[in-house]
Design a binder for this molecule. Structure first.
Ligand code: NAD
Length: 410
């Protein structure tokens, strides 16, 4: 089953519960626009490589399209389409005025030099720029991309259209980025983790937590979880993981990763591979790296009481069902990792008004919005007797369907 089909299982369940007609379902399920482009790049050795790039605009009825750009070997049309669909439901769930989109270039960014990445980003941007605009479609960083990538995108777009900081979010603060954006996804994940843990009668202080992925999202989750008093017992990145039953020294781990570029050889802990870590005895598991890492094969071995999806689509539908049957609580991606797009919304707003918010303003608004979304999901889940994931989709799909009716779209 494709990733898009897997997302649509959730969409279909919500549509059924909402009693949407077949026509509206078809309209909401399908992306409105998809673009595949060739991205030719002059490599440092003088050769030419041609990468495949994508931008999928899934649904724009609630506002301009919004969604990240990922650089990853698995970023193909289907994956980007699935992630664009998730953005539509996420943005509606947290009630920000955006539709859903996603972009990607199929490549291994770790094998490219900085100059090659710069050239690739510029070419990708100029090949999709006719779809973009501050009131049309606003990209952001995702897996394998960063604030630097957004700076290059903004520069390439601005060469054609004039100075346009609002065309991307997640850019460096000096270029019109928002304070608090870099840490926003991790902050939101940990905030939601704290509330969910309390709902389960678990004290997050001292809770044993395992975090897979140490990029933008994972590294900020590790810091925020440690500040909240959790015992971070295992962390990993693409090179492997480390484990300490007594809790890792997070400050030393962060310093080590900054120096060596990986957490996997942190000397003050035991090595662990990425599969083993998902099965560790712990209270809270946070997958914060890539898709579909928990599947039918390893879901029966997950030992956490609470799984919080910081990554997009880290559980297959089979894994989700297995964890549900085993009584393991799962906080779904479209709720847990929404902090990033919420602060992207604040960044876009600041760019439109040419105004700056303080860090306290950003964090207070973020905490309020994600807290409100969590409360709505919890209330819907209890009222309808459904999982948090189904409740989150029910709210998101319901809001998009309602706007269709209001706008008299068809
Ligand atoms: P990133 O590129 O900054 O970091 C990814 C991390 O995952 C790195 O530490 C990398 O080494 C690790 N990784 C890659 N492949 C791995 C593998 N096979 N096994 C274990 N670890 C692996 O990306 P990010 O921005 O932190 O995004 C991570 C996830 O969070 C993605 O699913 C992304 O879609 C989602 N997300 C990101 C944001 C955001 O604001 N950046 C917002 C919402 C959701």
């Amino acid at each position: 089953m494709s990733t898009f089909d897997e997302v649509n299982i959730l969409f279909d369940r919500a549509s059924e519960r909402l009693g949407l007609s077949d026509g509206i379902r078809e309209l909401l399920r399908r992306p409105w626009r998809e673009l595949r482009v060739s991205v030719p790049v002059r490599m440092d050795d003088g050769s030419i490589r041609v990468f495949s790039g994508y931008r999928v605009q899934h649904n724009g009825v609630r506002g301009p399209y919004k969604g990240g750009v990922r650089y990853h070997p698995d970023a193909d049309q289907d994956e980007v389409r699935a992630l664009a669909s998730l953005m539509t439901w996420k943005n509606a769930l947290v009630d920000i005025p955006f539709g859903g989109a996603k972009g990607g270039v199929q490549c291994d960014p770790l094998s490219l030099s900085n100059d090659e990445l710069n050239r690739m980003t510029r070419r990708y941007t100029t090949n999709i720029e006719h779809l973009l605009g501050v009131n049309r479609d606003i990209p952001a960083p995702d897996l394998g991309t960063s604030a630097q990538t957004m700076a290059w995108m903004m520069d390439a777009y601005s060469h054609i259209h004039g100075y346009s900081p609002g065309i991307v979010t997640g850019k460096p603060v000096e270029l019109g980025g928002s304070v608090g954006r870099e840490q926003a996804t991790g902050r939101g994940v940990v905030l939601v983790t704290r509330i969910a843990a309390a709902d389960l009668g678990m004290d997050p202080r001292g809770a044993r937590i395992v975090i897979q992925g140490f990029g933008n999202v994972g590294a900020w989750c590790v810091r925020a979880a440690s500040e909240m008093g959790c015992k971070v017992i295992a962390v990993s990145d693409i090179h492997g993981g480390v484990h300490s039953g007594d809790g890792l020294d997070v400050r030393a781990l962060v310093a080590h990763a900054r120096e060596s570029g990986t957490v996997s050889d942190f000397p003050a802990a035991d090595p662990l591979d990425n599969n083993e870590m998902l099965e560790l005895d712990c209270d809270i598991l946070i997958p914060a790296a890539i898709d579909r890492v928990v599947h039918a094969g390893n879901a029966p071995k997950v030992r956490a009481r609470l799984v919080v999806e910081a990554a997009n689509h880290p559980l297959t539908p089979e894994a989700d069902a297995i964890l549900g049957d085993r009584g393991i609580a799962v906080i779904p991606d479209i709720l847990a990792n929404a902090g990033g797009v919420i602060v992207s919304y604040f960044e876009w707003t600041q760019n439109l008004y040419q105004h700056r918010w303080t860090l306290d303003e950003v964090n207070d608004e973020l905490d309020a919005m994600i807290g409100k979304a969590y409360a709505a999901v919890r209330e819907t889940s209890l009222r309808e007797g459904i999982s948090y994931r189904d409740a989150a989709f029910l709210i998101g799909v319901g809001r998009v369907a309602a706007i269709f009716q209001m706008r008299g779209f068809i």
